[in-house]
Design a protein around this ligand. Structure first.
Ligand SMILES: Nc1nc2c(ncn2[C@@H]2O[C@H](COP(=O)(O)OP(=O)(O)OP(=O)(O)O)[C@@H](O)[C@H]2O)c(=O)[nH]1
Ligand SMILES: [Mg+2]
Length: 273
């Protein structure tokens, strides 16, 4: 298995939008006429050929009575991620080079919306988030009790024993709770289910540190947030794409502060205009 170069900056790399446009065009050429079900699960995957097949096996065709389909966005993998995803029945969109987890997810959100999805869920390609928790999350959307539901390892538990990482999860969730006045226990969870329009209405620019940007934007736009407990498992196979914990934490903090300021200003402009 080769290793792709990972784009970790706080801005998109030059040429990103051209790569995305080309991938989207190819996708609709390949899947012309495909009708999407109401729920689309978007999985961004970078060199995940080892872990992804089991993840796709675990996802049922119907979740809480809502039919679903998986879109895998292959973020410039150098292994057989796209092939194993297609072999398991996922719809696959391929970015020609690594653009970042955030860009890959946004590409998936766009495809889901263009295909007419009502709800979008996300989970990771490494098996850490359990699709068994999705029914409870989708039910909240279906009943109209929430617009954005997070699977929280803080309300459940995590099998990860990295104390710094676990502290970071608690710290950043507390920071977002204080800033926004909305209690959040797991702001960086990859397990989420939301109304599709949330992904369209919330401004998103982050190539990597996308969870807090989407969440803070959603809260400040008035979308209703809910959390359900989940158990975060250990990565099934393959390697973490994250890089050093401290550097990751520092960048994550910057994104929280910047997004908060930007979205507060946007909200002020909306209410005065
Ligand atoms: N970090 C990262 N992940 C990407 C990227 N593109 C796609 N992904 C996928 O995003 C998911 C999360 O990546 P991980 O490296 O497992 O990050 P994580 O789960 O937050 O961290 P770990 O607990 O260390 O595994 C995986 O499914 C990756 O394959 C990228 O450029 N960077
Ligand atoms: Mg992971």
């Amino acid at each position: 298995m080769g290793t792709a170069r990972i784009h970790r900056a706080l801005r998109e790399a030059p040429g990103t939008s051209q790569i995305v446009e080309a991938a989207v065009t190819d996708f609709w050429k390949q899947y012309a006429g495909t009708v999407f079900p109401p729920l689309v699960i978007v999985i961004a995957a970078l060199d995940e050929e080892a872990a992804l097949p089991d993840v796709l096996e675990e996802i049922p065709p119907e979740i809480s009575g809502v039919t679903c389909r998986v879109v895998v966005v292959d973020d410039g993998s150098s292994d057989r991620t796209a092939e194993v995803a297609a072999a398991k029945g996922a719809l696959v969109c391929r970015l020609a080079r690594n653009c970042g987890h955030g860009v890959a997810l946004r590409t998936g959100y766009r495809l889901a919306r263009e295909g007419g999805a009502r709800y979008i869920a996300t989970l990771d390609a490494d098996g850490q988030w359990d699709p068994a928790d999705l029914p409870a999350m989708v039910e909240l959307l279906e009943k109209g009790q929430a617009d954005f539901v997070i699977g929280s390892r803080q309300l459940g538990r995590t099998e990860n024993t990295d104390r710094l990482r676990n502290f970071g999860v608690r710290f950043f969730s507390a920071l977002i709770s204080v800033l926004t006045g909305t209690r959040i226990t797991d702001s960086s969870s990859g397990l989420r289910a939301m109304r599709a329009e949330v992904t369209e209405r919330v401004r998103q620019t982050q190539p990597q540190y996308q969870t807090s940007e989407l969440l803070i934007g959603a809260i400040l736009q008035g979308f209703r947030i809910a959390e359900v407990p989940t158990v975060m498992r250990l990565r099934r196979a393959g390697k973490s794409k994250k890089g050093h914990n401290l550097l990751y934490g520092a960048r994550y903090a910057r994104v929280i502060i910047r997004t908060y300021i930007r979205e507060r200003c946007a909200r002020r402009r909306r209410s005065s205009g």
